[in-house]
Design a protein around this ligand. Structure first.
Ligand code: PLP
Length: 454
């Protein structure tokens, strides 16, 4: 028998055993999946809910703090936390109370509520930008800020970093192919406009390439996370952010920082941690405690430049907000969440937990002498089946679907949820050291099994 055949069959056996165990412990989820398959595309309200490592989707019963229970009464330590939406923990009490109060007295009215004062001021305090808009999702917010940047600069193009993710915004779904040409990101559905017409793409941390691409003079804005978090975690190199700010200013391009995931770094995200000075900033997912809501902020200069447009009588179709943007329920959720969660004292608890998780994973990788790595960013951490990656292009080539899918499924069967599409764990204030150590032990067993069949 050839080596490859042995390896494939070893893996297949491992996966089969986990699938079998999953089926035995999830009969009610199976039953519900059979029923939803009749009326929902891909059998779920959103098709990526099937993209977990399980043979059929898990149906959630309820979640609270760092725990999630499925309809078969399996209890999980949840390190996915809604892929950041539940960074404050599931259903934080103050947010739920505020939402209950607001829901009982009007959910949406196309009018501001007094909560907006506290929300605008608190966002300003955290991120250092004076003017804000509240919208539904980070994807929406990113679309709106790109539009504003083009409006203000009169330029057509957006510059993004290779393998970035800013939601389903067409211009940002672009990567560099092996020949360095701009290509549509693999997996994107539908024939969008050729990304090279809308977008310039360079590697994160590559200052020379950034300078070269900005020199074309057609870039309205650079949009980036302060550290990339959607291709593993790629931190900024020293002085990268200074160069980014200087070069964008010199080129007359606006700088947009997307803090949606990097809110893991602290109450004002990495913008506050690193004293960044963006022209526009987007933050979504976590700020409403799980309620779908996001915000974008801007400097006085950007606000002044945007004002004539937003004061136009036809502003309702200006493309920088939607009917439900800033609805009373969402604003109440943000006010309560920012007043009671995601504060310095919360990060003082969650960041050491992420350090413990990282150390646990690193110790297992070291014990086994595997060429894997693990990176912590605030209260978030992620492992990657490779070492030595410097660029996102390197990281994209170094994935190991087989091993990581197995590890996710193996963990789920042992009551641990990691974020799907990532190997990411997020800590909330309700996460305990025992939860973290459970993950370390489960990861050790899973990785040993992987090593045994390789
Ligand atoms: C950095 C970043 N920005 C924006 C988004 C889009 O968020 P949403 O899907 O809530 O619109 C994501 C989603 O993962 C993200 O990672």
């Amino acid at each position: 028998m050839s080596q490859t055949t042995t390896h494939v069959s070893g893996f297949t056996k491992l996966i089969d055993a986990e699938n079998e165990r999953f089926r035995e412990t999830h009969p009610r989820s199976y039953d519900l999946a059979t029923q939803t398959a009749k009326s929902l595309l891909n059998g779920v309200p959103m098709s990526w809910m099937t993209h977990w490592a399980t043979p059929f989707p898990i149906f959630m019963d309820r979640a609270s703090g760092a725990r999630l229970w499925d309809v078969d009464s399996n209890e999980y330590v949840d390190f996915c936390l809604g892929d950041t939406g539940a960074m404050a923990g599931h259903s934080p009490r103050a947010t739920v109370e505020a939402m209950n109060r607001q829901a009982a007295s009007g959910i949406t009215g196309m009018l501001a509520t007094a909560d907006a004062i506290a929300v605008g001021e608190e966002l300003g305090r955290r991120f250092g930008l004076p003017k804000w808009q509240i919208v539904m999702t980070a994807t929406d917010a990113n679309r709106y800020v790109l539009r504003l940047a083009r409006h203000i600069t009169g330029r057509p193009k957006v510059l993004v970093f290779n393998w970035c993710y800013h939601g389903t915004v067409d211009e940002t779904l672009a990567v560099l192919d092996d020949d360095g040409r701009i290509a549509r990101r693999p997996g994107v559905v539908g024939p969008t406009q050729a990304p090279s017409e809308t977008t310039r793409v360079v590697e994160f941390n590559d200052v020379a390439a950034l300078e070269r691409e900005l020199a074309h003079g057609d870039v309205a804005c650079v949009i980036t996370e302060p550290a990339l978090t959607n291709i593993g975690i790629i931190p900024p190199e020293p002085r990268f952010h200074e160069a980014l700010r200087e070069l964008t200013r010199a080129a007359g391009a606006l700088l947009i920082i997307d803090e949606t995931h990097t809110m893991c770094a602290g109450p004002g995200g990495m913008t506050a941690e690193l004293a960044l000075a963006p022209d526009l900033l987007v933050v979504g997912k976590s700020i409403g405690g799980g309620m779908p809501v996001a915000a974008y902020g801007m400097t006085e200069e950007v606000a002044r430049a945007a004002s004539p447009a937003v004061e136009e009588p036809d502003q309702n179709i200006s493309g920088i907000g939607g009917t439900l943007s800033g609805n009373a329920l969402a604003v109440a959720a943000v006010r309560a969440t920012l007043a009671n969660s995601l504060r310095a004292e919360d990060y003082a608890r969650t960041i050491p937990l992420a350090a413990r998780w990282t150390e646990g994973v690193r110790s297992v990788i070291d014990e086994m002498g595997l060429p894997w790595s693990v990176t912590q960013l605030g209260c978030r951490a992620e492992y990657w089946p490779a070492t030595g990656r410097r660029t996102a292009a390197d990281a994209a080539k170094m994935s190991d679907e087989e091993a990581t899918t197995y590890l996710h499924l193996h963990a789920i069967n042992r009551n641990v949820l990691l974020a799907p599409f990532h190997n990411m764990a997020l800590m909330c204030p309700a996460t305990s050291e025992a939860d973290v150590d459970l993950h370390t032990n489960v990861f050790r067993e899973g990785l040993r099994n992987v090593a045994a069949v390789r």
